[in-house]
Design a protein around this ligand. Structure first.
Ligand code: PMV
Length: 344
């Protein structure tokens, strides 16, 4: 039996991906940028095994066997096996006809709008690539599991290029800077909805499709706002300009949710608590005369906050004051340094 175990963290986008030009290959309508968290906190851990004894491909997610009849999963495995066959055939190579068993566990709420599929598919593809000794870029394979998963393959700040090739060969992720570049940067994730959203994955995917079909604002976003922001935020990251980085991050989150509301029927992901956090952060930044904290929200109500390490204690005391410790918000508060990359 051949066996590999990997860990891959979630990533939090600062310029959001939303909308696909190809549903099957998962090719996006715009570029996006994110930071990958360190491996210690929110991550997926996946073991992949292959053996001539196995009778069929199988997958267990968080201890429960799930159907292997999942086109995204099958596409990733098919592509890994295709690439493995191209590399062949030195002695000791794995026979691609053997079945595979996959066992994956998240250490954070699955499918609650917290990028669990990004970590899950990044981890799966990385582990399979190690198992089948696939070399070269694997971000384009992870992308076919879940778009944002391509960004979790790499550490630090990562840029997913939309690309223009119809086969998706240039829709890959590249690293802007490694995790060590901005060592003072921290991410806080305020989890106030931990339950599993019913069929979150299909709702997210359907929501994206509806936006692409119906939102006029999306056209402006992908042709004007995103290309400019990608350039500006890259400069802010490289020069560690937090003021500018924070402004662009908040504006892009707001525009992403505006586009979701401009969808017909609308996609509503933020709730009253999310809006209370937004108001609190603007009041906090105004009081201090500069952007000390930036919020961003994915397709769910939980808040992801970027800030610098020296500002964490003061900001946490404000959060604990406004959302007292008895409430769920502070109970589930997690402080996460931005660092690291999947480790085999
Ligand atoms: O990769 P998906 O299908 O889970 O889509 C993720 C989309 C957002 O999280 C809302 C934005 C992003 O760029 O991560």
């Amino acid at each position: 039996m051949n066996i590999v175990t990997c860990i891959a963290p979630v990533n939090i986008a600062v310029i959001k991906y939303w909308g696909k030009r190809d549903e099957k290959l998962i090719l996006p309508l715009n570029d996006s940028i994110s930071a990958t968290l360190n491996t210690e906190q929110m991550h997926a851990k996946t073991t992949v095994m292959t053996s001539p004894e196995f009778k069929e491909d199988k997958i267990w997610l968080n201890g429960k066997e799930e159907s292997f009849d999942n086109p995204r999963l099958q596409n990733c495995l098919k592509e890994i096996r295709r690439r493995a066959k191209e590399n062949v055939n030195s002695e000791g190579d794995i026979d691609c006809s053997w079945c595979v068993h996959i066992c994956s566990q998240n250490n954070f709420p699955t499918a609650a709008g917290l990028a669990s599929s990004a970590a899950g598919y990044a981890c799966l593809v990385y582990a399979l690539a190690e198992l089948y000794k696939v070399e070269g870029d694997i971000t384009a394979i992870a992308r076919q599991g879940s778009g944002s998963a391509c960004r979790s393959i790499l550490g630090g700040f990562v840029h997913w290029h939309q690309g223009s090739a119809s086969d998706g060969s240039d829709s890959i992720a590249t690293q802007i800077v490694p995790e060590s570049h901005w060592s003072q940067l921290r991410i806080l994730i305020l989890v106030f909805l931990e339950r599993k959203l019913d069929s979150y994955r299909s709702k997210c995917s359907l929501g994206m499709q509806k936006t692409a079909e119906t939102s006029e604002l999306l056209k402006h976003r992908i042709s004007h706002s995103v290309p400019r922001r990608i350039q500006e935020i890259t400069e802010a990251i490289v020069s560690k300009n937090f003021e500018k980085f924070a402004e662009l991050t908040m504006k892009d989150s707001n525009q992403f949710h505006a586009v979701c509301l401009d969808t017909f029927p609308p996609n509503v992901y933020m709730n009253d608590t999310s809006h209370a956090i937004v108001s609190l952060i603007h009041a906090y930044n105004n009081a201090l005369g500069e952007n000390k904290v930036a919020y961003t929200f994915d397709a769910g109500p939980n808040a992801c906050l970027y800030l610098l390490e020296p500002d964490v204690p003061q900001f946490l005391s404000v959060i604990n004051h406004v959302f007292p410790p008895a409430s769920q918000t502070s109970e589930y508060l997690k402080g996460i340094p931005v660092e690291s990359t999947p480790v085999p």
